[in-house]
Design a protein around this ligand. Structure first.
Ligand SMILES: Nc1ncnc2c1ncn2[C@@H]1O[C@H](COP(=O)(O)OP(=O)(O)OP(=O)(O)O)[C@@H](O)[C@H]1O
Ligand SMILES: [Mg+2]
Length: 252
C-alpha cells in the first residue's frame, strides 16, 4: 500500500504549518508508523528543528532532477526527512515549473511509508501547488484571528483548481485551530465563523484545537521533537489528540 500523503498548507505566514507538520510526523513515528516529512519551504524551518545542518542533498536537488528522492533521504528519530535549503526559492520563482514534479519524484519511494507529511511555504506558488498535486489530503492550520477567513478563500480557490485539473481526489481533511483558547468569547466567535466557512469548503474544523505553550518555541530552539522535549506540555497533548483524530478521519 502506498503512503497517505498529507500537505499542511495555508499561504498566511506564521499560522503553525511547520510546527504542525513536525508534530504530526513525530507523533505518527512515535506510534510506529513509517513517516516521510518533506520540507517544501525555503525557510527550511522543519529542517532546522529536525536538527539537520547543511544537508548533502535536498528537495531542491530532487525537484531539479539532480538526484533521486531516495538519495536525499535523511534519517531522523521519528521520521525520514527530505530537507530544504534556501535555493528552493529558485523553484518557487521559476516560470513554467511542472505541477507534477513532487508527485513524480516521490512515486518510487511512496510504498516504503505509511504517511508522507509535507510542510508548505506561506505562498500559493509553485511549491504549494506541487505539494497539493502530490497529496491525498490537506490540513489547514489557522489562528483564531479576525482575518483568518481571507486566507482561507484564496486557498480554497487553489485547491479547487488542483481538484479540477490535476488531482480530483484531493480532500481538505480539516481546519486546525492553533493557539486556541476556548475561554475567550472572541476565540469562540471566530471559531463559529471558521466553522461556517469550513462548510463552504466541504470540510470541518477539527474537534481538537491546539493550545498555546512556550514549549513549542523552546523545543524548536533546542531542535528537539516536542514529543521528547515536553511530553506533558499542552501543545504536545493536543497534537497527540489531533493525530488520533486525523487517523480516525482517514479511516484508520
Ligand atoms: N501551539 C503553539 N504555542 C505557542 N507557539 C506556537 C504554537 N504553534 C506555533 N507556535 C509558534 O508560532 C510561530 C509560527 O509557527 P510555525 O513556524 O509553525 O508557522 P508557519 O505557518 O510554519 O510559519 P511560516 O508561514 O513562516 O512557514 C513559531 O514561532 C512557533 O514556535
Ligand atoms: Mg513554516
Amino acid at each position: 500500500m502506498a503512503a497517505v500523503v498529507i500537505s499542511v498548507a495555508l499561504q498566511k505566514g506564521g499560522v503553525g504549518k511547520s510546527t504542525t507538520s513536525q508534530a504530526l510526523a513525530s507523533t505518527l513515528g512515535f506510534r510506529k508508523k513509517k513517516v516521510l516529512l518533506i520540507d517544501m519551504d525555503s525557510q527550511a524551518n522543519v529542517t532546522y528543528s529536525s536538527n539537520v545542518d547543511k544537508p548533502q542533498k535536498t528537495i531542491t536537488d530532487v525537484l531539479g532532477e539532480d538526484c533521486k528522492a531516495d538519495e536525499a533521504i535523511i534519517h531522523c528519530k521519528y521520521y525520514d526527512l527530505l530537507a530544504a535549503d534556501s535555493y528552493l526559492t529558485n523553484v518557487e520563482m521559476a516560470e513554467g515549473v511542472e505541477s507534477t514534479l513532487l508527485k513524480n519524484a516521490i512515486e518510487p519511494i511512496k510504498n516504503r511509508y505509511d504517511y508522507v507529511i509535507i510542510d508548505t511555504p506561506p505562498a500559493l506558488g509553485n511549491l504549494s501547488f506541487n505539494s497539493l498535486v502530490a497529496s491525498d489530503y490537506v490540513v489547514i492550520p489557522t489562528e483564531p484571528r479576525p482575518f483568518a477567513l481571507q486566507g482561507l478563500g484564496a486557498l480554497h480557490n487553489t485547491i479547487e483548481s488542483v481538484q479540477k485539473r490535476l488531482n480530483p481526489s484531493l480532500r481538505v481533511l480539516g481546519i486546525l485551530l492553533i493557539k486556541y483558547s476556548n475561554r475567550t468569547v472572541l476565540n469562540r466567535d471566530i471559531k463559529d465563523m471558521i466553522e461556517d466557512y469550513a462548510k463552504q469548503m466541504n470540510t470541518v474544523v477539527f474537534d481538537t484545537t491546539v493550545r498555546e505553550g512556550i514549549a513549542v518555541a523552546e523545543a524548536q530552539t533546542v531542535r528537539e521533537p516536542l514529543i521528547d522535549y515536553a511530553k506533558s506540555s499542552k501543545p504536545n497533548i493536543d497534537y497527540k489528540a489531533f493525530t488520533t483524530e486525523l487517523l480516525h478521519k482517514i479511516g484508520e
